[in-house]
Design a protein around this ligand. Structure first.
Ligand SMILES: [Ca+2]
Ligand SMILES: [Ca+2]
Ligand SMILES: [Ca+2]
Ligand SMILES: [Ca+2]
Length: 392
């Protein structure tokens, strides 16, 4: 009787949440997606991905309740919600900073209508009657190979959308791999929107001396990891592998991050971070996901003394109003961006959000005249001890 009453109350409270928050702020707590917003895909080895998708005016495509199952295993939640939460544009000539996600938005009218030929073999998903998302499977090549036996190959689940913001286009593609890896990518294309005459700030692209002005795009990804069945017991660890004084050995150390902070990657000590569950295991070790930096050769702190640009990642306690990494609405007492979200709250065994920034400096080439070939920027989320053996 108590159980039934509790269930009834929890259903009522879920309904109340759905009613009381706008869709942009709703916390996915219920694994049932709104009608038509479910994505499930079984890959060639038998791995399965399941999630909800939503088209928002600002962030474009937002994914929630992302769950993964290795072949023959049960679905386990990885992420509560994931979004491209800001694109910050800084021009090399010192022109004013732009926040493209909040000032223009990747969604709404800025979504580019996708055609069936752009989604060959896949399925187009509509928002407001417009095809904005292509769900498909793509050849991912060899997953592993050993000795002379045939290698094992697989496919990726690909979710792709494209947006036009002024002269530039941004293509966002999420890859979900057989082994549980998530790889979000942003592709810059379109046309240069700023030209000048001073080659110090760019690159000549016309015989008359016209210069394409360089710029840095910073892609901020917001990842509300919610590992396993409990979203409030996740732990962040920092792992380093440091050379000893005579540079003959490399020693690993692990530290738990107990309160909100911003951190920087370090190739020298191989510093990285993982989110691990506080209780669930693979039967032996705690399940976790690690952040794998890629394209770090372009990472930069940016101009204008922007303090939030001094860190690569931020780790914060979940707060529904903390939606954009920068230029967030400060109505209702919410912070402006990641630096203000990072205000000392405890995150040890809690509901954590990981913010990752990837910089890309575009120094124009003559080939950008008059369309820029796609430039991709990406990183990976890699399972660490999600399985006790290679699940494939
Ligand atoms: Ca030219
Ligand atoms: Ca958890
Ligand atoms: Ca905080
Ligand atoms: Ca979380």
């Amino acid at each position: 009787m108590n159980f039934l009453l509790n269930k009834a109350l929890s259903v009522v409270s879920v309904l109340a949440l759905v009613v009381s928050f706008s869709s942009a702020e709703a916390r996915p707590g219920n694994p049932v997606c709104p009608t038509g917003q479910t994505i499930t895909s079984t890959l060639s080895t038998g791995s399965t991905w399941s999630m909800c998708w939503e088209a928002r005016d600002k962030e474009g495509i937002v994914l929630s309740n992302i769950r993964y199952a290795a072949p023959g295993q049960a679905l386990r939640r990885v992420m509560g919600e994931m979004s491209l939460s800001q694109i910050q544009r800084n021009y090399d000539d010192g022109s004013p900073v732009r926040f493209l996600v909040t000032s223009s938005g990747l969604g709404g009218n800025n979504f580019i209508r996708l055609t069936s030929s752009e989604c060959s073999g896949g399925q187009l998903r509509n928002s407001g009657g417009k095809p904005v998302l292509c769900q498909s499977q793509k050849d991912a090549g060899i997953i592993y190979k050993r000795g002379t036996s045939a290698g094992v190959s697989g496919v990726d689940l690909s979710l792709l959308s494209a947006s036009q913001i002024g002269e530039y286009s941004y293509t966002v593609e999420w890859l979900f791999k057989e082994n549980g890896t998530i790889q979000p990518k942003v592709g810059l294309s379109g046309s240069l929107d700023k030209t000048g005459t001073n080659a110090s700030f760019g690159w000549p692209i016309q015989q008359n001396g016209e210069v394409g002005i360089g710029f840095v795009d910073n892609y901020f990804w917001r990842m509300d990891f919610d590992l396993g069945s409990n979203s409030s017991n996740d732990v962040i660890e920092q792992i380093t592998s440091s050379l000893n004084a005579d540079r003959t050995k490399r020693s690993k150390s692990i530290s738990t991050i107990t309160s909100e902070t911003g951190r920087n990657f370090s190739p020298e000590v191989k510093r990285f971070w993982r989110v691990r569950d506080g209780s669930e295991t693979n039967g032996f070790a705690p399940i976790s996901y690690e952040l794998v930096m890629l394209n770090y050769d372009h990472q930069t702190t940016g101009s204008n003394n922007e303090v939030w640009m001094n860190k690569d990642i931020y780790l914060t306690k979940y707060n529904a109003c903390e939606r954009f990494a920068a230029d967030n609405s400060v109505a209702n007492g919410c912070g402006w961006g990641v630096n203000s979200y990072t205000n000392g709250e405890a995150i040890n065994s809690g509901d954590v959000v990981l913010w990752n920034r990837i910089s890309y400096h575009h120094l124009p080439r003559d080939e950008d005249d008059n369309v820029i070939g796609m430039r991709w920027n990406t990183f990976k989320l890699l399972p660490r001890d999600w399985h006790a053996v290679n699940p494939l």
